[in-house]
Design a protein around this ligand. Sequence first.
Ligand SMILES: Cc1cc2nc3c(=O)[nH]c(=O)nc-3n(C[C@H](O)[C@H](O)[C@H](O)COP(=O)(O)O)c2cc1C
Length: 225
Amino acid sequence: MNPQHGFSAAEAESFYELVASRRDCRHFKRGAPVEAAQLQRILQAGYQSPSVGLMQPWRLLRIADAGLREALAACVEAERQATAAALGPRSDEFLHLKVEGIKDCAEVLALVLAPDDGTVFGRRTLAAEMALTSVGCMVQNLWLAARVENLGLGWVSMFEPAEVGTLLRLPVGAQALGLLCIGPVDEFYPAPMLTLEGWRTPRPLDQMMYTDYWPEGPENTSHGN
Ligand SMILES: Cc1cc2nc3c(=O)[nH]c(=O)nc-3n(C[C@H](O)[C@H](O)[C@H](O)COP(=O)(O)O)c2cc1C
């Protein structure tokens, strides 16, 4: 690709449509595979993500062992129950939400923060945060690439990281950050599923942009849970 390529208005429109139609997916077509070439393109998009100091602190473990997938799903289920208990009055409502599609999706990629390689560039003051946010940037590329391949991706973060770390045989200093579920879906939700299900409404953009200084007075934090 020519790096000087200027995007046409139609291409820009497609891009914004892609961004707007990306969804966190939890309902997958059971048994429907992801083509190897598709997965490779998605991984390549992730590989092209930005990272602090070009640290590339993420690793992905493709889960091929069905028993390991089952064990990971059990970790998520345990944490789902613990989350429900922590939610008190919204516990039942939460338990009705679908929060993962680990058993049905074509591919599970365990997302891991690699042991810190000591990168200083851009991380002298916010070392942990910059490594983590770099991992987040990578996942966003995966998410968009999956969407453009018409595949769903769901980031599952409900688990006890030490348990998942043991299952994945992670070394000291590595941290499991997600189980990424990828695969064909019957449909992409028209809006975040949490909004469709009445769990939470997104804060409008104009309430998230300030000029120069943080405004006086408390932010409206009535979002909850
Ligand atoms: C870091 C991170 C962790 C997440 N973990 C979960 C999860 O464990 N289970 C789940 O159902 N959704 C999870 N999500 C998805 C969010 O709920 C979702 O992105 C949000 O509701 C907005 O919906 P959308 O991505 O479809 O726009 C996670 C998203 C992010 C960025």
